[in-house]
Write a new protein. Structure first.
Lengths: 115, 208
C-alpha cells in the first residue's frame, strides 16, 4: 500500500493544513511530545485527523505519528495543533529544561541498564 | 485493517508521559540505523522534516543563499525506560544541511553519539564541530568494521577531540554494545551537568 504524503504533490499537503506550511518555532509540540486521543474519530472528520485519533489511543510521540502517517513533521504538528485546540487530543510535553533533571538522568541510566 | 500502515505497532503504556531524545549522528553507512535497531523495541521508523528558508546568510556555506528548501530524512527507534520515561533514539545524517534543522528537531536532546568509521574519520569532523558549537554533550563511538583497530590516541588526535569527551569502541550490531554506548553517554551527561550545577551554585550570575 502506498504511504500517503510521500509522493504526493505539494498542493495536497497545502490542502491538508488549510494552506499553513509550517507550525513555526512556537509550536507547543516537540518531536517527542506524547499525544493521547481524547475521543474517537467521528463521521465526516478529515481523514488525517481520524487517522491521528486512531493512532493515539495509547500515548504516541509526534515523530511516530508523522512516520505512521507518512507526513513531514511540520505538517503533522499542524494537524495535531488543530486536534489539540478542538480538545480531541491531549499532549504530554517532555519535561525538559536547560539542564536535565538529575533524577531523570538517573532514571534513564537505570532503564538502560535494565534493557 | 485501518489506516495506511499494516505494521503491528507496539503501544506505549498509558502512564508514559516524558519523552526523551538521544541522537546518533554519523556519515552515510556508518551504522546509525544498525545501532538504533539493535536497541529499539520497535522496528526503526523513518520520517522527514522540511524547512524553507528565505535569503538568510549561512555560515561556512556561502554559496547557499536565496530561498531553499531543506529536507532531512531521519530514522528513529524507541526504548521504554520505565512507566513514565520513554527514550527516542534518532539516527541522523551528519551532513551540513541537517544542522539547519537541529534546533527545530533536536533542541532539548539529552546528548549525542557521534558514530565513527575509523577508515573515514573526516566524515565526523563537521558533526563534532557543530555539537561543540551547540553545546550538546556527546561521546564518540568507533563502530567496529572488522579492520585494524586504531589506537584511541590516534583517533582523538585525528578528531581533535576534547580530552573530556569519552571515546569508545562498539559493535553497533549488538544490543549489549549499543546499550553500553548509551550508558556511557548518559554517564558523561551526568558528570558534565553535575559540574555545571556546581559552577552555577558557586556563581549564579555568570551562569547562562
Amino acid at each position: 500500500m502506498k504511504r500517503p504524503g510521500r509522493d504526493d504533490a505539494p498542493d495536497r499537503l497545502y490542502t491538508l493544513t488549510g494552506g499553513r506550511s509550517g507550525s513555526g518555532p512556537d509550536s507547543p509540540f516537540d518531536l517527542v511530545t506524547l499525544v493521547v486521543a481524547e475521543s474517537g474519530p467521528t463521521v465526516g472528520m478529515q481523514s488525517e485527523h481520524a487517522a491521528v485519533l486512531r493512532l493515539t489511543q495509547a500515548p504516541t510521540a509526534v515523530v511516530e505519528v508523522a512516520a505512521e502517517l507518512g507526513l513531514p513533521v511540520s505538517i503533522t504538528k499542524i494537524l495535531l495543533s488543530d486536534l489539540l485546540a478542538a480538545g480531541r487530543v491531549s499532549a504530554r510535553h517532555p519535561r525538559n529544561s536547560a539542564l536535565p533533571d538529575p533524577d531523570v538522568l538517573e532514571q534513564v541510566l537505570v532503564g538502560l541498564r535494565n534493557l | 485493517m485501518d489506516s495506511a500502515t499494516s505494521d503491528v505497532r507496539t503501544p506505549l503504556g498509558a502512564t508514559a508521559d516524558n519523552g526523551l531524545k538521544i541522537v546518533v549522528v554519523g556519515g552515510f553507512g556508518v551504522g546509525k540505523t544498525t545501532m538504533v535497531r539493535s536497541v529499539s523495541e520497535i522496528r526503526p521508523l523513518n520520517t522527514e522534516e522540511t524547512m524553507t528558508r528565505a535569503g538568510e546568510a549561512v555560515d561556512d556555506t556561502s554559496e547557499i543563499r536565496g530561498k531553499t528548501a531543506t529536507t532531512v530524512a531521519f530514522d528513529f527507534g524507541r526504548i521504554t525506560l520505565d512507566e513514565r520515561n520513554v527514550l527516542y533514539l534518532f539516527g541522523a545524517p551528519g551532513q551540513e544541511r541537517f544542522w539547519f534543522l537541529w534546533d527545530r528537531l533536536f533542541s532539548g536532546t539529552l546528548g549525542a553519539v557521534v558514530l565513527v568509521d575509523t577508515r573515514r574519520i573526516d566524515d565526523s569532523w563537521y558533526a563534532i564541530d557543530r555539537l561543540e558549537r551547540h553545546g550538546t554533550p556527546f561521546i564518540v563511538a568507533c563502530n567496529d568494521f572488522g579492520g585494524a583497530r586504531h589506537a584511541h590516541s590516534d583517533v582523538r588526535e585525528a578528531l581533535d577531540l576534547d580530552p573530556q569527551v569519552p571515546l569508545i569502541d562498539c559493535d553497533a550490531r549488538t544490543r549489549e554494545s549499543s546499550k553500553e554506548v548509551l550508558i556511557t553517554l548518559v554517564q558523561h551527561i551526568q558528570s558534565r551537568y553535575a559540574g555545571q550545577r556546581a559552577h552555577a551554585a558557586a556563581s549564579p550570575r555568570e551562569f547562562v
